[in-house]
Design a binder for this molecule. Structure first.
Ligand code: NAP
Length: 279
C-alpha cells in the first residue's frame, strides 16, 4: 500500500484510508468484515467521528486485535469544542473505540466556540498522550490562517475536506495552503457520497476506458486521481469487504500525465466558490 508522510506528524500513512459515516446502516458483521478486509489490504488509516452514530463501536470491533497497525482518527463536533468539552468528548470516543489514544483528533467543522479554546483542549490531550496529533476539517484558508496563528507551525496535522471528481474547489486555495504549511489534506466523500459519475456520461466513459486499460474499475481510477498530488489522502467508505479490497488496490494505480489530463478535462475544477463546499 502506497503511503506518504502525514503532514507535520511525519509518520507514514497509507494514501487511501477508510471512512465510516453511515457504516452503521450496513449489517454490523459485514461492516466489521469490510473494515477488517480494508485493514488487511493496507488501508490502516481509519476515519470516524463522535457524530457517526454507532460507527466508533463498529471500528472498535474491527481493530480490537490490530490497534497497533491502525492510524485512528476521530472528530469532535463544534458544539462540544470548548477546552473542557474537547477533553470530555475525547474520553467518550476513546471509550467507544476501546483504545487509550487517537492518532489524530479533528474539529469536525468551524463552530461557535473560540478556536483558542478548542486548540488549548487539543494541546491538553496531546500532552496527556490521549491524542498523538490534532487537526481540523472543513477549514477554508481564513480558518486555517487563524488556526496557524493560534497554534504556531507544525501543530495542525491535517485538514479534512470535501474532494471528489465533481467537487474540486479545494484545489484553488486550500490545497496550496496545506502544501505550503506541511498540513496533510485528507479528501472526504471521494465517490461523491454515493453520487458517482454515471457510466453513460462522457466523464463516466473516460473513467471506464482508463480503468479498462489498467485492469481496474472507475472507482479505483477516481481514488488514484484524487491522491495524485503530494500531501493528499482519501478516505472512501464501504460496508462491503469486496469493495474495500477494490478501493485499497487503487493505492498502487499510477495514472499517466495524459490520463490525468483527460480526467481533468471531463471533471473540470471550475471557478473558486465564495464559500468552501462541505457536506
Ligand atoms: P464516499 O466514500 O464518497 O461514498 C460512499 C458510497 O460509495 C457508499 O454508498 C458505498 O456503498 C459506495 N462505494 C464505496 N466503495 C465502492 C466501490 N468500490 N464501488 C462502488 N461503490 C462503492 O462517501 P462518504 O461516506 O460521504 O465519504 C467517505 C468518508 O469521509 C466518510 O465515511 C467519513 O468518514 C468522511 N466524511 C467526513 C466529512 C467531514 O465533514 N469531515 C463529511 C463526509 C464524510 P457501500 O457502502 O454499499 O459499498
Amino acid at each position: 500500500m502506497y503511503a506518504r508522510s502525514f503532514g507535520a506528524m511525519r509518520v507514514s500513512v497509507p494514501v487511501i484510508g477508510q471512512g465510516t459515516w453511515h457504516i452503521d446502516s450496513s449489517d454490523r458483521t459485514d461492516a466489521i468484515r469490510a473494515l477488517r478486509a480494508g485493514i488487511d489490504a493496507g488501508m490502516t488509516h481509519i476515519d470516524t467521528a463522535e457524530m457517526y452514530g454507532d460507527a466508533e463501536a463498529i471500528v472498535a470491533a474491527a481493530i480490537a486485535d490490530c490497534r497497533e497497525e491502525v492510524f485512528l482518527v476521530s472528530k469532535v463536533v463544534p458544539g462540544n469544542a470548548t477546552r473542557r468539552g474537547v477533553a470530555r468528548a475525547c474520553e467518550a470516543s476513546l471509550r467507544r473505540l476501546r483504545t487509550d489514544r487517537l492518532d489524530s483528533y479533528l474539529l469536525h467543522w468551524p463552530g461557535q466556540h473560540p478556536l483558542e479554546e478548542t486548540i488549548a483542549g487539543f494541546e491538553d490531550l496531546r500532552r496527556a498522550g490521549k491524542i498523538l496529533s490534532w487537526g481540523v476539517s472543513n477549514f477554508d484558508v481564513e480558518d486555517l490562517d487563524r488556526a496557524l496563528a493560534i497554534a504556531g507551525p507544525d501543530r495542525i496535522a491535517c485538514n479534512q475536506v470535501l474532494y471528489h471528481l465533481n467537487e474540486r474547489a479545494i484545489e484553488h486555495a486550500v490545497l496550496p495552503w496545506c502544501e505550503k504549511h506541511g498540513v496533510a489534506m485528507v479528501g472526504y466523500s471521494p465517490f461523491g457520497s454515493g453520487d458517482f459519475p454515471d457510466p453513460a456520461s462522457a466523464g463516466g466513459r473516460v473513467l471506464a476506458g482508463i480503468a479498462q486499460s489498467h485492469g481496474t474499475t472507475p472507482y479505483a481510477v477516481a481514488l488514484a486521481f484524487l491522491t495524485r498530488l503530494p500531501g493528499t489522502f482519501t478516505i472512501p467508505k464501504t460496508g462491503r469487504p469486496d469493495r474495500a479490497i477494490e478501493n485499497a488496490g487503487a493505492a498502487d494505480l499510477h495514472l499517466g500525465a495524459a490520463e490525468i489530463a483527460l480526467i481533468d478535462a471531463h471533471f473540470p475544477r471550475g471557478p473558486r466558490p465564495r464559500i468552501l463546499p462541505m457536506l
